[in-house]
Design a protein around this ligand. Structure first.
Ligand code: ADP
Ligand code: MG
Ligand code: MG
Length: 883
């Protein structure tokens, strides 16, 4: 079979579509050769050979040697020199190249083919003795290091001593004789170490290097990297053997690396570095400081050393043309390696360049505007998850940071402020205009006001879907959760971590995108939402089928979500409205009341407050659909804990403190998440849902009257398991609606529907759809109930589950398609069979996760609903799924 493919010199056997066989480097060298770019000729030994070599117990197929000889003949023919010829030797580089570039693979060997005789030939034909001996010493050094396994320190030390002896600072200042002496020294060192001389035969050198590339495929470093990046061992690597071109032939020669656009900002400007009179890795090795490619970049940096644009203007123009040509050809930003030999430009590598999220966005949009790619391609090229980084303030990448610990990246964005350890202090100090970071062991619904007041939240416990994480994401507050190594001492108001201490008021910084916690203030940079971002979003909106709503209940969040493009509210959690300091007493009074009469007294106090909440939300959402979930959490979450709270409730309700304490004990539950919550509250205390329904309809009528806009409330009943539960609750809602409509002499359309968040509800979806006009999949609870894993505690062991491959991803982050997904599929199918007009949406945290959104598109749901800051991510992900 064919193990060897040629490239360069009008004979490229391969092309860019052959990465699997030729590796990325080989395929692109062939491609550049065949589109007429100056590529030194060479050949690629395929990845298939690598596999065959290992299959046969590290033996080459017999026909390989002849094919390599033919490959060499191709190079010799194009260059007009012969490999190993003492008078005029051909030199080659040996380069590894897997499908994806991979650290851990053998480093490149340059100048291969030099020995004690050919070095003299090279000196004569080039007319430059110094260059010849410099090349030889480089070769001995590289070959000994990467093929013979000798420590490069051995050679570096000798070089340093030589420079000291000569009293010079730079390699370039050494003379031909200096290099000649060093070569002798190097060779003696190799022989002393290995007990045999440095190989002089060019053929032996070549096969040694080829063998080292294939050997490095199974090196420990390569294995570790493959494991971390899911690269199969069976892929193998290719080997590229290529004629040398020399960037170290004096002042008209150079070597460099470049990006066709700025990989960190995306700016459409060439970006790169080069070095005059240098070879290969000198640019990245840091031996000499590389110079800028463009004049503009040099000026911006205030650097003195001439840019390539200035030092080699003609070659620079040629290079710039190649950049543009490669971009047009590959239709993407390219990362390029080149060498200039005595004024002649040679291309040595090109590939799609790595880039930051910001650059990815800008480059995609710019390229679509330039007509290089279509808007569809632009949409597909931006990773929705990476948008998250762009919507929040981020840490100034250049600022120093003093990292003390790392937790989970629970809610993106970065924030600095004074450390505070309770929510009341957070509220008080932020009220005085101070930025604060709220630090808690974990948060509960009672911390909402503190979380709102804080710039960021840090918790010692809790996973990615802990209370702190979910609420913080919802509010768009940066949050680091589960930072297990911090110890909080509430008495002394200090936090201790890895031997450091933070007192209340000390400035800390958290980065919710990485999980890092730092001492001191780290400056942040603000995001930009208009421009490229807005443009990409517009394109995405024309392509997607899924609607995108938001989970929001405060006016602020509603406004933020609309600004991010939300098309309605998919989940308005009414309980969040109950924690307000002005209302909590009435809420507690309602809960602790002994009978319906007592409850109704308290509820009457809450009615105007709730009506005001809904009025404001309907106004902001201006006719967009608003799904309001009736009270859901276990009542104990609202109960008083502190003595003065009991007294307050006692005063307001006229009931004794003792009685209240007894009621509190009665309401205690061992497993509240599976307890008296959701519609179970409505079943026991219909008057609660009646009050909420009344508030909704009165607000809706008010806003409809005032604005003339159509307000269509969608009333949602939580935690339904049976059709009968929903039937009972729907009766309460319908009855209340009729009452309000009669009183107000005005009717409006509304929907009654349910959350599907219990496996039983999914299975009995047919009957439930008889009562429900919409289903909203509450996938947080559905995951918790289907998997039987508590979302608040799972963080402790879910990591092991993911590591051991039990779940591919955290099922609270990305839908467990096999289990929870099947329940959704069943519910959708059975629900739609019973009611073809049934509206279907998802409102769990998964509504903002691209993989889960793709699943929702597959199920043809009507909408996804997610926290405000994830709305743009969902819009883009929905467009990608639809394309
Ligand atoms: P890596 O994958 O680590 O970038 P490469 O195989 O691209 O390794 O080689 C590194 C550098 O060596 C190249 O950027 C180039 O400067 C130099 N190099 C490789 N082959 C040649 C060659 N045939 N002629 C001149 N320089 C070369
Ligand atoms: Mg390279
Ligand atoms: Mg729920």
């Amino acid at each position: 079979s064919q193990w060897v493919y040629r490239f360069g010199g009008d004979a490229s056997d391969g092309g860019k579509g052959m990465k699997e066989l030729l590796g990325g480097k080989g395929a692109n060298l062939a491609e550049m050769g065949s589109i007429g770019l100056p590529v030194p000729p060479g050949f690629t030994i395929t990845t298939a050979l690598c596999a065959a070599y290992y299959d046969r117990g590290e033996v080459y197929p017999s026909e390989l040697a002849a094919q390599v000889t033919e490959g060499l003949a191709h190079i010799e023919g194009v260059v007009g020199k012969t490999f190993g010829d003492a008078a005029d030797p051909l030199l080659v580089s040996v380069r590894s190249g897997a499908r994806v570039s991979m650290p851990g693979m053998m480093d490149t060997v340059l100048n291969l083919g030099l020995n004690d005789e050919t070095v003299l030939g090279l000196a004569k034909t080039s007319g430059d003795e110094r260059f010849a001996w410099d090349s030889y010493r480089r070769f001995i050094q590289m070959y000994s290091d990467v093929v013979l396994g000798l420590d490069h320190y051995l050679f570096e030390e000798a070089l340093e001593i030589a420079k000291e002896d000569r009293g010079v600072a730079l390699d370039t200042e050494l003379s031909a004789d200096d290099w000649k002496a060093l070569v002798a020294d190097y060779k003696a060192k190799v022989e002393a170490e290995l007990g045999r001389p440095f190989p002089q035969d060019a053929g032996e050198q070549l096969w040694g290097a080829i063998g080292a590339v294939f050997g490095s495929w199974k090196s420990e470093r390569a294995k570790v990297y493959r494991k971390l990046n899911d690269i199969p061992e069976s892929w193998g690597t290719a080997v590229n053997v290529q004629a040398m071109v020399f960037g170290n032939m004096g002042e008209t020669s150079a070597t460099g690396v470049a990006f066709t656009r700025d990989p960190s900002t995306g700016e459409h400007a060439y970006y790169g570095e080069y070095l005059i009179n240098a070879q290969g890795e000198d640019v990245v090795a840091g031996i000499r400081t590389p110079q800028y490619l463009t004049k503009a970049a040099r000026e911006r940096a205030g650097a003195k050393a001439a840019s390539m644009e200035e030092a080699m203007p003609e070659t620079y123009v040629e290079l710039a043309e190649v950049f543009d040509l490669l971009e047009r050809h590959y239709r993407d930003m390219q990362d390029i390696e080149f060498t200039v030999q005595q004024g002649k430009l040679w291309m040595l590598q090109t590939r799609s360049g790595k880039r930051t999220a910001k650059a990815a966005l800008k480059i995609s949009v710019d390229m679509a505007n330039e007509g290089l790619i279509t808007p569809e391609e632009a949409i597909l090229r931006v990773d929705p998850a990476a948008l998250d980084q762009l919507l929040h303030p981020t840490l100034d990448p250049d600022a120093p940071r003093d990292v003390i610990t790392k937790g989970l990246p629970a809610s993106p964005g970065a924030a600095s402020g004074a450390a505070v350890f309770d929510s009341d202090t957070a509220e008080r100090r932020s009220g005085l205009g101070e930025d604060v970071i709220l630090i808690r062991v974990e948060t509960s619904p009672e911390d909402i006001h503190g979380m709102h007041a804080a710039r960021g939240i840090l918790t010692a416990r809790g996973g990615m879907t802990s209370h702190a994480a979910v609420v913080a994401r919802g509010m768009g507050r940066p949050c680091v959760s589960g930072a297990g190594s911090i110890a909080i001492d509430m008495k002394t108001r200090t936090m201790r971590v890895t031997g450091r201490e933070v007192q209340e008021g000390d400035i800390v910084t958290i980065d919710g995108s990485t999980g890092e916690v730092m001492i001191g203030r780290v400056p942040t940079v603000q995001p930009e939402l208009a421009g490229d971002f807005g443009r990409l979003m517009e394109w995405a909106d024309t392509k997607r089928r899924l609607k995108v709503r938001t989970n929001a209940e405060t006016p602020n969040d509603c406004r933020t979500a609309r600004q991010f493009g939300a098309e309605g509210i998919g989940l308005c959690r009414t309980e969040h409205m109950f924690f307000d300091a002005a209302r909590i007493t009435a809420v507690r009074e309602m809960i602790l009341a002994e009978d319906e009469k007592g409850r109704r007294v308290a509820l009457a106090k809450l009615l105007p407050e709730q009506r005001r909440d809904f009025t404001e939300i309907f106004e902001i959402m201006a006719g967009l659909p608003v799904t309001i979930r009736l009270l859901d959490p276990p009542l104990h979450e609202f109960l008083p804990h502190r003595e003065e709270e009991f007294e307050e409730v006692a005063k307001s309700s006229g009931v004794g403190v003792e009685t209240l304490r007894r009621r509190t004990a009665e309401l205690h539950e061992f497993n509240p998440m599976l307890g008296h919550r959701g519609c179970r509250l409505g079943v026991t205390y219909p008057e609660i849902y009646e009050m909420q329904a009344r508030a909704i309809f009165e607000a809706a009528v008010d806003v409809a009257e005032k604005s003339g806009a159509a307000v269509v409330p969608e009333v949602m009943v939580p935690l339904v398991a049976t059709a009968r539960e929903l039937e009972l609750m729907k009766a309460v809602i319908d009855r209340t609606a009729q009452a309000v409509f009669t009183e107000r002499g005005r009717t409006l359309d509304y929907l009654v529907g349910t959350m599907i968040e219990l496996p039983r509800a999914a299975l009995r979806a047919k009957e439930i759809a008889g009562e429900a006009e919409f289903f909203s999949f509450g996938t947080n609870d559905l995951t918790q109930t289907a998997l039987g894993i508590s979302r608040d505690d799972a963080g402790r062991f879910l990591g092991d589950y993911v590591d051991k491959g039990i779940y591919a991803k955290d099922p609270f982050v990305s839908i467990d398609v096999e289990g929870v997904g099947e329940l959704i599929e069943i519910a959708a199918e059975r629900g739609r069979a019973a009611r073809p007009t049934l509206k279907l949406g998802i409102c769990g945290e998964h509504g903002g996760d691209p993989a889960s959104i793709d699943f929702c598109e597959g199920q043809r749901l009507d909408y996804v609903s997610c926290s405000p800051y994830r709305v743009p991510i969902a819009r883009l992900a929905a467009a990608q799924s639809a394309l």
